[in-house]
Design a protein around this ligand. Structure first.
Ligand code: FAD
Length: 419
């Protein structure tokens, strides 16, 4: 039995009031749950799915994501980083030209391996795990003393329902956040979606679908969107694209992906994505969005990861941002004695401050890159320049992706290897 199989019953989950309940077991939720469980808090991690599970994602860990994972110290005994493949080259393609750029510090890893590994690490740290359970609605309760949060949930195991109680709630539900708030819990749940936001589409193809070598990311850019193609650690080919909504009104997602790759790189590469039309394609809602960081009259609910806001994925930072948000939320929620919860107001203010400091400049840079990608001449010029001066392109990568040259965890030998 793997740690992910060690699940709680719904009745057991509803029987106690948890210190923290985390809804959503992506990188944001799992990293927060893991950290808070290590502080000795009673933490419940809930997800509507099971592990391992796939997720629409480019599956490229940025340098910052690799550093965040290394900080979690979960790589021993085959943890997620131990399986990741170092990313050595990004080939950017536009208008039929391809510019290969050598890179260091990042990695590729399937979401099955990353997310299941993170949940297993959280369970090993003492967190309880409740899969196949969907959070439906959130309410705040008080009996005149300390307020608490109640979450109505339904399990897909036997369609049973229950109410789970906690002192603090983390919403780490990603982009598809359908959890309802009672009027008491949240007087205003203003979410904003950027007017021209693209949407995500993608799928995973068999290993034979393309000849792409491991450690190389093909990034195909066109005016209607862009698409990343990469070989995963188990050999399969991951395809993930961000496209204009209108492109999907007349064509199937697979046809849109094939058109992007074909236009950007030339038809030979596109034809090499064998079987693209027969894989199950996933889709996301609008990608560039934001939602309130702190919810509820008593400020007991914090949003982390994509649930708090996201900017489209060209720079490949979403998982790193999610891991960092989980860390910041855990640091804000736990007192400096490191075993008890900080008062709600202090935690909420601390989280809002550290979140703004960390993410405002990153989101702004990413938004500038996204705007530039909508200018075809600029993109073609950049690819041409990268072809002519690969050394300059290499130097420009950190400015685009925000990675720091000093952070090269993937260059180090795995833990325990002979020096
Ligand atoms: C096309 C595309 C390509 C991308 N490429 C990259 C890339 O190469 N590199 C990168 O770093 N990032 C990439 N990203 C972004 C990355 O996938 C996300 O930013 C990251 O997964 C966010 O993590 P999270 O934990 O916030 O949310 P998620 O990973 O989305 O996890 C949310 C979890 O919440 C659960 N959930 C949702 N609602 C409920 C509910 N009501 N009850 C219970 N559980 C619920 C879901 O089942 C899910 O497990 C890409 C995104 C897209 C769309």
């Amino acid at each position: 039995m793997t740690p992910c199989d060690a699940t709680l019953t719904l009745d057991a989950a509803a029987a106690i009031r948890w210190d923290v309940v985390v809804i959503g077991a992506g990188p944001a939720g799992s990293s927060a749950a893991l950290r808070m469980a290590r502080h000795g808090l009673r933490v419940l991690l809930v997800d509507r799915g099971t592990m391992p599970r796939g997720k629409l994602c480019g599956c490229c860990l940025s340098t910052a994501a690799v550093v965040e994972l290394a900080r979690l110290d979960i790589s021993a005994d085959g943890g997620p980083l131990a399986r990741a493949v170092p990313l050595r080259r990004i080939s950017v393609a536009a208008g039929g030209r391809v510019a290969p750029i050598d890179v260091r510090g990042g990695a590729t890893l399937s979401r099955e391996a990353l997310d299941a590994g993170m949940v297993a690490a959280a369970v090993a740290a003492g967190c309880e795990w409740l899969p196949q359970t969907t959070a439906l609605s959130i309410d705040e309760q008080t009996d005149g003393t300390e307020p608490w949060v109640s979450v109505a949930v339904r399990t897909s195991r036997d369609a049973g329902t229950a109410t789970i109680e906690c002192h603090r709630l983390l919403l780490a539900t990603g982009l598809t956040d359908h959890v309802r708030f009672s009027r008491e819990a949240s007087p205003s749940t203003a979410r904003t979606v950027a007017a021209r936001s693209r949407i995500g589409i993608g799928g995973v193809l068999p290993a034979t679908a393309a000849t792409l070598p491991p450690g190389e990311l093909l990034m195909a850019v066109t005016p209607v969107g862009y698409c990343g193609v990469v070989r995963l650690e188990d050999g399969r080919i991951d395809v993930a694209a961000a496209v204009d909504r209108h492109a999907l009104s007349a064509s199937e997602p697979a046809a849109v992906v094939r058109r992007i790759v074909s236009e950007a790189c030339g038809s030979r590469t596109a034809a090499a994505l064998d079987g693209l039309e027969s894989v199950v394609m996933r889709a996301t809602p609008a990608l560039t969005r934001s939602a309130p960081l702190v919810e509820g009259r008593h400020r007991l609910v914090l949003r982390v990861g994509d649930a708090a806001g996201y900017v489209e994925p060209f720079t490949g930072e979403g998982m790193g941002w999610a891991l960092a948000a989980g860390r910041l939320a855990a640091e804000a929620l736990v007192n400096s004695d490191s075993t008890t919860l900080a008062p709600a107001d202090i935690a909420a203010d601390r989280y809002a401050r550290s979140h703004a400091r960390h993410f405002a400049p990153r989101h702004a840079r990413c938004q500038r890159v996204a705007a530039g990608l909508r200018l075809p001449r600029l993109v073609r010029l950049a690819v041409r320049a990268a072809q002519l001066a690969p050394w300059a392109a290499r130097l420009a990568v950190p400015a685009v992706t925000g990675s720091r040259a000093s952070q090269h965890v993937m260059d180090r030998p795995p833990a325990g290897a002979a020096s």
